[in-house]
Structures are given as C-alpha cells and as structure tokens.
Design a protein around this ligand. Structure first.
Ligand code: DC
Length: 220
C-alpha cells in the first residue's frame, strides 16, 4: 500500500491539500485530527475534566468510535451518531489539544490509523504521521506557514461558515496550540528527518498540491 504523510501545525492548510492530493491520486484521505477531536468530544459530552489523564484515558478507551468514508469524505461517528459537524468548534479544538497529549489516547488512535494504512493507499495528515504513525511512508511532507497567514485562513473559514470570530483571538489560539503541540512529551509535532519542508505562506493551494504530487511521482 502507498502512503503519503503530511504533518504540520494547525492551519498550515494540510487538510485542504491532503483532500486535493487524495482525489488526484485516488487515495483515501485520512484526517487524524478529526479522530483526536472525536475523543475530546466524548470527554466533553461526559463532563470529563480534559486535564485529568486517568479519566480522559478511560473515556477514550471506552468510547464507541467509528470512521466511515461516505462519498469520498471522512465521517466520524461517536456512539453511533455522526459528529463530523460537532467536532469543528473552538471548544473541541481546545479540548483536543489537551487530551491528545495523553499516551493512552494516542495509542488507541495510532493503532486505528496504522490499520487503515494497511488496507488503503492513504494520504494521512496530522502531527506525528511521518515520525510515529507511518515511519516508512513513501513521501513525507512537513507543511508550515506563518502564524499570520494561518490565522487569516482560519478566520476566512469561520466567516464562510457564518460563525462569529475574532482574528486576534484566533491568532492567540493558534500560538497556544503550536506551543502545546510542540512541547508535549508524547509524540510532539516535529519534522521527520526525511520529510520535505514546504512553507506555504506565499503559495496557492494548486501550487502546493502540484508540488507534492510532483515529489510523489518522482519517487514512484
Ligand atoms: O489538525 P486538528 O486541528 O484537527 O487537530 C486537533 C488536535 O489534535 C490538535 O491539537 C493536535 C492534535 N493532533 C495530534 O496530536 N496528532 C495528530 N496526528 C493529529 C492531531
């Protein structure tokens, strides 16, 4: 099976690009952030304190989690309910940043992710895909963009969805999440040694997608 690993900080454009590449290459796009978000939502729904490692780990291990691909897009199910919309809120983003640092939460999801990669050709995006989940991926990309550019992209996404938002608050939140993701003890966000670094601050979606597909084709 073929594997493309796409890592980088929040808002670097990973999911947009990953979807585009998956479509072009006819691979399955696997959004691992959505999995961490779904387990965080399980904690919020049960009133579990997201700082309590033991209770979060127990809730994460017990959660009835399912991933389905409907018309080419990934849907997350929790206790039989499609929660794909519910996981895209600021509250869940913050909770996922807290709960994804716990090893037992990661162990459950990494196992799932590796199983998916055994069954399908995948483009998988996240924070630890090139370093932990798919260490032998055919191509590893580490995507970054400046904090300003990433905040503006998120801001526009929220506006398009009609959600109220504040650019400065989004920027603060991105910086906080960058700090959390890069400073945690378990699988921190970092570039794998053999990953190609792409700064997308001044690149269009098409340029980034084309660059990655070219790299993939050169190697295969
Ligand atoms: O990519 P995202 O914003 O949907 O991710 C949500 C949170 O999950 C984010 O705080 C980082 C964490 N995450 C992770 O630790 N490892 C991954 N492979 C993907 C996401």
């Amino acid at each position: 099976m073929k594997q493309i690993a796409l890592d980088g900080p929040a808002g670097a454009g990973k999911s947009t690009i990953a979807k585009r590449i998956a479509e072009k290459l006819q691979f399955v796009y696997i959004d691992t952030g959505a999995m961490y978000r779904t387990l965080a939502l399980a904690c919020l729904k049960q009133g579990v304190d997201t700082a309590d490692e033991e209770r979060v780990s127990m809730a994460a291990e017990a959660a009835d989690l399912d991933i389905r691909y409907i018309d080419g897009s990934q849907h997350m199910f929790l206790e039989g309910e499609d929660v794909s919309g519910q996981i895209r809120t600021e509250e869940v983003s913050k909770a996922a940043s807290d709960t994804s640092k716990f090893q037992r939460v990661r162990d459950r999801l990494v196992y799932l992710q590796q199983q998916l990669a055994e069954k399908y050709n995948v483009v998988m995006d996240g924070r630890d895909i090139g370093t932990v989940v798919l260490p032998h991926a055919d191509l590893k990309i580490f995507m970054t963009a400046s904090v300003e550019v990433r905040a503006m992209r998120r801001y526009k996404e929220y506006l398009e969805k009609g959600q109220a938002c504040d650019l400065e608050a989004i920027k603060e939140d991105i910086m906080q999440r960058d700090y959390n993701d890069t400073h945690r003890a378990n699988s921190p966000l970092r570039q794998a040694q053999d990953a190609v670094l792409l700064d997308t601050s001044d690149m269009s979606i098409d340029e980034v997608a084309d660059a990655i597909i070219r790299l993939y084709e050169e190697r295969n």
